[in-house]
Design a protein around this ligand. Structure first.
Ligand code: HPA
Length: 248
């Protein structure tokens, strides 16, 4: 396969890339076990793209069951050096209302018990620098692509990665807010750190599905609201991805 321009990891609500041409499915074996699903390769706007559904194409994997190491390893082994992660999140900060598309620049990891590193276990132990967890160049390209596509992306914000699959209590969200989190999601880590360990440029577009618990009023979080917001917000992603690919 020729060089890969971009790998996309699709989150909740993003299970395939429509309009992909020359599609092939790759069942990749990795030293860390199988990825969430077959990796799909194809051509979009003349660019070589890989796509992987993080939860599996039928959304069978809970956030703590995802083989993050297998996923990143598989994409890297197929030639990916740039990864765009799409993650659904709850909005905490007032700049992050439902349906917003956010390009975070920081994160805090509250997950536990996940296989979170390639280091150790016989591999060399390296302590990668994660001061800036998202790649500056890919973030800038994404924000430019948003402007080109006429989309109002939110630039920056801190993503708090929680264990899930349950949503948070209001007290937990108050704690996250006090810690400086603007967004809360369940899949941002260890993915970002693993990408860095493999030397891949990684950036996230976070899709705000709901106000996090206790934010934006007193309403309960309903699946109907979440799915409705996701549908509206993810409809804007193809234009963003097109503009991003055109910029490479
Ligand atoms: N919390 C954590 N993860 C999420 C949420 C939330 O409110 N919404 C979508 N993913």
């Amino acid at each position: 396969m020729s060089a890969v321009d971009l790998a996309i990891i699709g989150g909740t609500g993003v299970y395939r890339l429509a309009r992909l041409q020359d599609v092939q499915r790759h069942l990749v074996e990795t030293p860390y076990g199988p990825p969430s699903d077959a990796v799909v390769s194809g051509v979009l706007h003349g660019r070589r793209v890989l796509f992987l559904a993080r939860h599996g194409e039928n959304h069978v994997l809970a956030p703590h069951e995802i083989n993050y190491r297998g996923n990143l390893w598989a994409l890297h082994s197929l030639g990916a050096r740039r990864v765009l992660a799409v993650n659904s999140v709850g909005g905490i900060g007032e700049r992050m209302p439902p349906q917003a598309l956010v390009v975070p620049d920081q994160l805090i990891d509250y997950t536990w018990g996940r296989a979170h590193t390639f280091a150790g276990g016989g591999n060399p132990v390296e302590h990668v620098d994660l001061s800036w967890p998202y790649d500056a160049g890919l973030r800038a390209a994404l924000l430019d692509a948003g402007r080109t596509a006429g989309l109002d992306l939110v630039d920056g914000g801190t993503y708090g990665a929680t264990q899930g699959p349950r949503l948070e209590t209001r007290a937990e969200i108050r704690r996250l807010a006090a810690d400086g989190c603007d967004l809360v999601g369940m899949t941002g880590m260890p993915e970002a750190a693993l990408a860095r360990e493999l030397g891949m440029a990684y950036a996230c577009v976070a899709v705000v599905a709901n106000w996090a618990a206790g934010c934006g009023g007193d309403a309960e979080i309903t699946m109907a609201d979440v799915l409705g917001n996701m549908e509206q917000a993810t409809a804007r992603l193809p234009a963003l991805i097109d503009a991003l690919l055109a910029s490479f």
